[in-house]
Design a protein around this ligand. Structure first.
Ligand SMILES: [Zn+2]
Length: 420
């Protein structure tokens, strides 16, 4: 085996797992906004205001396809945390009482609430939005807004009985439909194809914390589900998202055993066990694809160096190691069966092969050599594309890599078309 050096310096990625709810952040920065001159709060953050305007326009164009006569959100009912700090709590009345919307209630979050005063969108412009912006640029913010406006549409359609996970998956799907629309109409930031990568990666990071069950009242889905819903909306549009109500999406369709959300293994153990598991898996793949075995594979594979893996482990989690090994062995198998290894097509095939290893590990359940896989492990595998050398490809490629990875994860290795 040889060792392939990687550019560990690329690892300037944010801490993961800070985001919960309809999202939550941790950094306290950003400017207070809000124009108090006439007592009417408006969104003073120009980029935020423009992004909201785009999402409103999207729904004015698209809601008809859902049979909805869409009503824009009253700008006075877009409440920012900074305004709630400056002006005090805002009223939100219901038939049976009043709820104060306070600065605290929106800290590190974003949500939509149906008040008698009107449909109300509450956004943390002090913590959450600047945090998203720092990590994913305006694409991360746009995805959040499009998701929240998806909830606005659900409320206008009076879909109050939806389960949390269905509502969240549908909001993600609408968000994907929005991204496609913004791209096709040349809206910022989606006039730059790189935004597509930022957008899709941001949905993984805002996934549920690992202990959340799909039936949880607050469930949003794991990153795998969120990527699927967003990509379905992107590919198929708002009517397909609406069809979730009749045909619920296959949430965690890859069938994790309940409760297997164990934390990270220590680095050395994860490194050893995942290398064993991944190399054994790909030896089997190589044998069935072309007759080569583990000895030939060991000759060809170029493993990532340990410092790179340690950084990934620290920032993403233990299964980022497995994912990198899967990419390395995927490349070796491509070489052995005579498939090309350079360029976009081979990168997409490697993503599929990485997914096929996840598929096999999920099928093995507790019997997998490195232990059972949890939804968090799959999210960690997807997140290697934050820093993977495959990123040197064309902007927008990460979006496709994740689609290919999902396909391999759901369908298994046959769909990766090795040696064909
Ligand atoms: Zn939501």
């Amino acid at each position: 085996m040889t060792t392939l050096g990687r550019r560990a310096a690329l690892l300037v990625i944010p801490l993961l797992g800070l985001l919960v709810g309809c999202g939550a952040g941790d950094l306290l920065s950003g400017d207070p906004s809000g124009d108090e001159a006439d007592g009417t709060p408006v969104v003073a953050d120009q980029r935020l205001a423009a992004a909201i305007g785009d999402v409103e326009e999207f729904w004015q164009e698209e809601a008809g396809a859902l049979g909805l006569d869409y009503e824009p959100v009253d700008p006075n009912r877009v409440l920012l945390r900074s305004e709630l700090v400056d002006l005090g709590p805002a009223d939100c009345s219901f038939d049976d009482g009043t709820d104060d919307l306070t600065a605290e209630s929106v800290a590190d979050n974003a949500y939509v609430i149906s008040c008698d005063e009107g449909e109300t969108v509450v956004l943390d412009d002090i913590g959450y939005i600047p945090d998203l912006r720092a990590r994913y640029g305006e694409a991360g913010v746009a995805v959040l807004l499009a998701h929240e406006w998806g909830h606005v549409v659900q409320n206008q359609l009076e879909l109050y009985e939806q389960s949390s996970i269905l509502a969240e998956q549908q909001a993600d799907c609408y968000s994907g439909a929005y991204i496609a629309w913004a791209e096709s109409t040349g809206r910022e930031p989606f006039d730059d194809p790189e935004s597509l990568d930022d957008a899709i990666l941001s949905t993984i990071e805002t996934a549920d914390e690992l202990e959340t069950e799909a039936s949880d009242e607050e469930a949003h889905g794991n990153g795998f589900d969120r990527v699927r819903a967003t990509q379905e909306g992107y590919d198929r549009g708002v009517e397909f998202c609406r069809s979730y109500d009749d045909q619920p999406p296959p949430v965690t369709q890859i069938g994790f055993a309940a409760g297997d959300t164990s934390g990270n293994l220590p680095f050395e153990r994860a490194d050893d066990e995942l290398l064993d598991e991944v190399s054994a898996y790909f030896a089997g793949v190589a044998e069935s694809a072309g007759g080569a075995g583990s000895a030939e594979l060991a000759e060809v594979v170029e493993l990532p160096d340990e410092a790179f893996l340690r950084d990934l482990y620290d920032v993403i989690g233990d299964n980022a190691i497995g994912a990198e090994y899967a990419l390395a062995y995927g490349r070796a198998v491509q070489e052995l069966v005579g498939d090309p290894t350079e360029g976009e097509g081979p990168a997409l095939q490697r993503a599929c092969l990485m997914g096929s290893w996840l598929h096999a590990a999920i099928e093995q359940g507790p019997d997998a050599p490195a232990g059972p896989l949890s939804p968090g492990d799959v999210d960690e595998a997807m997140l290697v594309y934050l820093v993977s050398p495959e990123l040197e490809g064309r902007p927008g490629l990460v979006f496709e890599l994740l689609a290919s990875l999902r396909l391999g994860t759901v369908e298994g290795v046959d769909v990766c078309a090795l040696g064909r």
